[in-house]
Design a binder for this molecule. Structure first.
Ligand code: FAD
Length: 286
C-alpha cells in the first residue's frame, strides 16, 4: 500500500529503524521489528547510509521483513554517492520485494567520498523515481532549515522544488521545540507546499544520545529540555523516563495542533517505542 493514501484517514504514526552495526547480527533487529510490529504503526522506515556505511546492505532485507510481517515498509534511499544504474538496481530490488514506498534523500556529503554528481539533490532523485511511476515518494524537510541553506526561507524555496518534482509527503528532521515545526508548517503552506508533513520526534533516553545531540544535531535545545537532561544525566532510569515524557508531551501538543502525522525515531528501542505508543494511543488512535 502507498503511504500517501493513509493521510486522508488519520494522524499517521510511523517508526524509523536503522540496520544494526557491522559487528551485530541482523537477528537483533528482527527481534526488535517483531516488538515494534505489535504496536501497529502505520509504517516503518529503514535508514540507508549515504556512503554505504554500517550495515546499509541489510536495509532492503529489513524492509522486506517488515513487509512480510504485514506492516508497510519505507526504504530510505540517499542518492549523492550513487550512479543511475545503482539507483535502478535498488528500485528494481525494492519493487521485486513488494516495497512501494521510498524516502528519496540526497544524503550527507562525506568529504572523503567524492559525490557521483548524477543526482545532486533529492529533487533530482524524486524526478527520476517519479518517471517510473511505481512508487510513493517521501522527502525530508527541516523545521529549523537545512544546515547547507543560508536561511529557512531559502530552504523552503528548495523544498518547494522537491514537492514540485513529485514528493507525495514529507518527514521532518527531529526537533525539540514544537514552535519551530508550527512556524515551518505555516511558511511551507505560504510557499504553496500542500502535501502532508509528518513531524519527526526523537525521544532522548540515554547519555550517549545527549552528547550526540549537542555535538552533531542542528536542532535547537530548549531550556526546559537542557534542564531535564542535566538533572538526570547520571540517573539512567530517570533520564529514560524523562526522555519518554518529553517526547509524549511534544506528540500530544502536535496531535492537538493537527499535525498530519508523527514519525518516531525509535533508535531501535522497542521498549521506548512501546511506552510512547501506550501513552499517546488515545490521542493519535494507535
Ligand atoms: P536536499 O533536498 O538535496 O537538500 C540539501 C540542501 O540542498 C538543502 O540546503 C536544500 O535547501 C538544498 N536544495 C535542495 N534541493 C535543491 C535544488 N533543487 N536546488 C538547489 N538547492 C537545493 N541520510 C542518510 O544518509 N540516510 C538516511 O537514511 C537518512 N534518513 C533521513 C530521514 C529523515 C526524515 C531526514 C530529515 C534526514 C535523513 N537523512 C538520511 C539525512 C539527509 O540525507 C541529510 O540531511 C542531507 O544532508 C540532506 O538530504 P536531503 O534529502 O534533505 O537533501
Amino acid at each position: 500500500m502507498k503511504i500517501r493514501e493513509l493521510f486522508d484517514e488519520k494522524i499517521v504514526f510511523s517508526f524509523e529503524v536503522f540496520p544494526p552495526k557491522k559487528t551485530s547480527s541482523i537477528d537483533v533487529i528482527y527481534k526488535t521489528l517483531d516488538e515494534l510490529g505489535d504496536l501497529k504503526p502505520d509504517f516503518i522506515s529503514v535508514t540507508f547510509g549515504a556512503g554505504g556505511s554500517g550495515n546499509s546492505r541489510f536495509a532492503l532485507d529489513i524492509a522486506s521483513k517488515i513487509n512480510e510481517s504485514g506492516i508497510i515498509p519505507m526504504l530510505h534511499l540517499p542518492c549523492i554517492n550513487f550512479t543511475a544504474e545503482e539507483i535502478d538496481s535498488a528500485l528494481l530490488e525494492a519493487k521485486q520485494r513488494g516495497i512501494e514506498n521510498i524516502l528519496a534523500l540526497r544524503g550527507d556529503i562525506n568529504p572523503d567520498i567524492p559525490p557521483v554528481e548524477r543526482f545532486r539533490h533529492a529533487s533530482d532523485l524524486i524526478t527520476y523515481i517519479k518517471g517510473r511511476g511505481e512508487f510513493d515518494i517521501a522527502g525530508a524537510c527541516y523545521p529549523e532549515g537545512h544546515p547547507d541553506s543560508d536561511s529557512l526561507d531559502e530552504d523552503i524555496e528548495n523544498l518547494k522544488k522537491k514537492v514540485d518534482a513529485g514528493a507525495d509527503h514529507l518527514i521532518t528532521q527531529l526537533f525539540f521545540d514544537n514552535e519551530y515545526f508550527y512556524n515551518f508548517r505555516e511558511k511551507a503552506a505560504k510557499a504553496g507546499i500542500n502535501v502532508p508533513i509528518e513531524a519527526g520526534i526523537m525521544p532522548v533516553v540515554n547519555k550517549n544520545q545527549i552528547e550526540r545531540m549537542v555535538t552533531t544535531c542542528g536542532a535547537s535545545l530548549p531550556r526546559k529540555f537542557v534542564k531535564i537532561m542535566q538533572k538526570y544525566e547520571h540517573n539512567p532510569e530517570a533520564l529514560r523516563d524523562a526522555g519518554i515524557a518529553y517526547a509524549v508531551n511534544q506528540m500530544i501538543d502536535l496531535a492537538a495542533s493537527e499535525a498530519d502525522g508523527i514519525h518516531l525515531y525509535t533508535m531501535n528501542n522497542a521498549y521506548v517505542a512501546r511506552k510512547i505508543s501506550e501513552a499517546v494511543s488515545g490521542v493519535i488512535g494507535v
